[in-house]
Design a protein around this ligand. Structure first.
Ligand code: C5P
Length: 285
């Protein structure tokens, strides 16, 4: 038996704009995406001599072929025509699910990266990201990582300058939102506050964290906030502790903030945990 290990890093959407509905049912997006240090821990055992299996340490995650990590492993093995002679994926979940942090996509990307490395890198990272698009819209970005502009349904990626080091806090309230339901709700909503992606790109080029904070914008944020007061409650606690700015990531329900320093990030995280167990400090990577 051979055991491969790989961290699966979460993503945040610094900006997220939905530009229109497509004929295939998906929506065209424009989003500046960022990898952060919060991660799931993935182990892949191959040559187990058994069939395929998946184990996850938290409830509510599919432990079969419906899991994106399983789909990614199957796709990879089929595409390079290899037989792993039994494969078990073990997932230690630290990224909350239903958070808009791409947890399932990160796990899938980690599986692709680990298998690709083990089998002698038949794919470049870019090719692997393209393969990941067949598993889910966020898998290509999670494979590439760093800071990037995502377009199309999320699979067209352009590398941007790395976000400068800063202290982040991420907090997920109890509720989760269905991504397809939210896309449908947005179809009927009037979008008032769209992100200025050009300004965000300039802020990243300058490495100006104040300007990055000022340009956070996500069209899903007001749509979810109007039904769930927790989003605004979390934001006001973050503001009380001096957050440069805060917003929801992806289709929610996690909210993240850029904090002035590590101390205030830790302090607000402890305060939030009294009400919301899923509160974390993190940094861009
Ligand atoms: O690609 P993925 O399976 O992650 O997408 C989940 C769902 O989110 C899709 O079935 C679709 O309803 C919605 N979606 C969308 N436009 C995107 C990405 C996702 O409408 N760009």
């Amino acid at each position: 038996m051979i055991c491969l290990t790989q961290n699966a890093y979460a993503k945040l959407n610094l900006t997220l704009d939905v530009c229109g509905k497509r004929a295939d049912g998906y929506h065209d997006l424009q989003s500046v995406m960022q990898t952060v240090s919060l991660c799931d821990e993935i182990q892949i055992e191959i040559e187990t001599g058994n069939g395929w299996a998946l184990q996850c340490d938290v409830d509510g995650i599919p432990e079969d072929e419906h899991n994106l990590a399983w789909k990614a492993a199957k796709l990879f093995c089929e595409s390079i025509k290899c037989d792993p002679h039994g494969l078990t994926i073990k997932i230690k979940k630290n990224i909350p699910s239903g958070a808009g942090m791409g947890g399932g996509s990160a796990d899938a990307a980690a599986v692709l990266l680990a298998l690709n490395r083990h089998y002698g890198s038949p794919y470049t990272v870019e090719e692997l990201a393209d393969l990941g698009a067949k598993v889910g819209s966020d898998v290509p970005f999670c494979t590439l990582g760093g800071t990037a502009m995502a377009e199309g349904r999320g699979e067209i990626l352009r590398k941007l300058p790395n976000m400068p080091h800063c202290s982040l806090v991420i907090c997920k309230p109890e509720f989760s939102v269905s991504t397809p339901v939210l896309f449908r709700k947005l179809d009927d909503a009037v979008i008032l506050n769209r992100p200025d992606n050009a300004a965000m790109e300039c802020a990243l080029i300058e490495g100006n964290i104040g300007s990055i904070a000022a340009n956070l914008a996500n069209v899903f944020d007001p749509v979810v906030s109007e039904d769930h007061p927790e989003i605004c409650e979390i934001k006001s606690v973050l503001a009380e502790f001096g957050a440069l700015n805060s917003q929801m990531t992806g289709s929610g329900s996690a909210v993240f903030a850029i904090m002035p320093d590590k101390q205030t990030a830790q302090a607000v995280c402890e305060r939030l945990r009294k009400t919301y167990p899923h509160a974390f400090t993190a940094e861009p990577i």
